[in-house]
Design a protein around this ligand. Structure first.
Ligand code: CIR
Length: 255
């Protein structure tokens, strides 16, 4: 969670048509823009140099740059999104990554993997199987990761949850913030876990960056819990991006 740099992409007007599992209404473009503005300010305040890419009207979900690629200090990996409408985002982000990283690997076909399913921890990389990341993709990704010198293991995402990281985030070297439904599968056997309060499941998609933990502002129970545990919490509004199934990790690639 120690990061110097990040890539974000401005939302296009089409973001209001972003993918979602349950339709609770479209987000507004201005609302998404405002949430991202505050997010960029928070990243910079945390000491991160933020590289901002332009909007892509043809790809409503392209603001969620975390999904088409993975980045590590050792290099980047271009993925193969399981959502068909997002496949073209890979070619769009590739030039920026090739400019920033000496090593850029391509996830080989035919499997699929999205960055929202990948949790990088000091104990290794966790790859969650989901409706967007299949076993072929996860295994191919393990080979790419080992070429970068990284160890990994394949785990399950709870039924009906979009991405593995929809339900968890790293708080520090030995602690994970997670939903009860994910933590009870015991995937985090080598970590301490902090469970988000009932009804605040979406707060589990938090983001530790350097000294702070960014948490959805609409989750007071989680904010209080993390404050009590001594974390320096930065609350950020995520109710608009939440309407299209996104949280704080989705909006940047960090290294
Ligand atoms: C999607 O369904 O692909 C987008 N509407 C949300 C992506 C969220 N990304 C993430 O959790 N990493």
């Amino acid at each position: 969670y120690s990061f110097d740099a990040a890539i974000v992409r401005r939302p296009a007007k089409s973001v209001v048509k972003g993918l979602r599992a349950d339709d609770g209404g479209d987000p507004t473009y201005d609302g998404v823009l405002a949430e991202q503005d505050a997010y960029i300010v928070a990243l910079k305040a945390a000491g991160v140099d933020v590289h901002i890419l332009p909007p892509l009207e043809a790809f409503p979900d392209a603001i969620f740059v975390e999904d088409p690629a993975l980045v590590f200090t050792q290099g980047a990996i271009l993925l193969r999104p399981g959502a068909q409408s997002r496949a073209g985002e890979v070619g769009e982000i590739s030039p920026a990554l090739k400019e920033k990283f000496q090593t850029v690997l391509d996830l080989p076909a035919p499997g699929f993997a999205e960055g929202g399913d990948i949790l990088n921890t000091p104990q290794g990389v966790m790859i969650g199987l989901s409706s967007r990341t299949d076993l072929n993709g996860a295994k191919a990704l393990q080979s790419c990761l080992s070429r970068l010198g990284l160890t990994s293991r394949i785990v399950e995402t709870p039924e009906g949850v979009l991405h593995f990281k929809t339900d968890c985030s790293l708080l520090d070297d030995e602690t994970i913030l997670a939903t009860k439904r994910l933590a009870r599968s015991d995937v985090f056997y080598d970590f301490e876990t902090v469970i988000v309060p009932e009804g605040e499941e979406a707060a589990a998609n938090a983001l530790r960056v350097n000294d702070v933990v960014m948490v959805g502002a609409q989750f007071p129970g989680t904010i209080e819990l993390l404050n009590k545990l001594g974390y320096d919490v930065v609350p950020l509004e995520t109710s608009q991006i939440g309407k299209i199934d996104a949280g704080l990790s989705c909006m940047s690639l960090r290294w």
